[in-house]
Write a protein that binds this ligand. Structure first.
Ligand code: SAM
Length: 231
């Protein structure tokens, strides 16, 4: 079944604005409603991909709150916090740890226009000591009520939308896919996967490249009839 041109345009216009240099690292944030709400916010803001370190053996489960956003914002799993942090630092990210400590500074005083990763901690105990020690900057969303902390998905939304606000003001929101690391080739791969996930899976199983798409988003190649093209 060909992809409707309008749907294809929608996929392209969302991908054009995705930002590979804005992300979140979730440390043992395992509750399905929180994970789901966070991914939904990532999608809304234009985060390209996200990261998680889970407790061993704990599956990552999404619920209806996600509204399918897990399809549009991959959540990369890391075995350890140290490994995840090292990988993000190697990619040039500045790590902002949400740590409710004396050293933490008001998030509104920070610059999130460069490569930015927000570290969010577990619902019960917050960031681990290892994470808190490894971040570049501890930040806090000031609280004036009786309760000491926000729900983790709410905190994530506040920080991501502040980053988006700063980037808008600085004219740094991508408009033509320039926020996708890896250039046009990576852009084309993501677009293909978004448009035809079953075909993308099949190509990967076969170890073959994704087929080219026409300007209207149709697959420009004959594929086995048994392959489901539905998206
Ligand atoms: N008792 C935990 C602590 O001391 O960190 C509270 C954890 S809080 C419910 C879960 C996560 O939400 C935190 O690790 C942090 O990532 C984020 N968070 C909650 N309130 C925050 C705030 N006011 N400023 C920054 N991050 C916050």
């Amino acid at each position: 079944m060909p992809l409707l041109p309008r749907r294809y345009e929608r996929l392209r216009s969302v991908l054009n604005r995705r930002m590979g240099d804005l992300t979140v690292l979730l440390e043992q944030v395992d509750k399905p409603h929180n994970l789901s709400a966070i991914l939904r916010t990532c999608d809304a803001v234009g985060v390209l991909e996200s990261h998680v370190v889970s407790l061993p053996g704990r599956p990552r489960i999404f619920n209806d709150t996600a509204l399918g956003s897990q399809k549009w914002v991959p959540l990369h799993a890391h075995a350890t916090t140290e490994g995840a942090i090292a990988a993000l630092k190697a990619r040039g990210f500045r790590l902002f740890g949400t740590h409710l400590s004396q050293e933490a500074i008001d998030y509104r005083d920070c610059d999130f226009t460069g490569p930015t990763a927000f570290l969010l901690g577990a619902e019960k105990w917050g960031l681990s000591e290892a994470a808190a020690a490894a971040v570049d900057q501890a930040i806090v969303i000031p609280m004036t009520g009786m309760v000491q902390s926000l729900n983790v998905s709410v905190a994530t939304a506040i920080l991501l939308f502040e980053a988006l606000r700063q980037r808008h003001r600085a004219g740094l929101i991508p408009v033509q896919g320039e926020g996708i690391p890896g250039g046009p080739e990576a852009y084309a791969r993501i677009l293909f996967r978004w448009a035809y996930p079953q075909v993308a899976d099949w190509c990967e199983r076969q170890g073959r490249p994704y087929p080219a798409l026409t300007a209207e988003g149709e697959i420009a190649e004959d594929l086995p009839r048994t392959l489901k093209l539905r998206y």
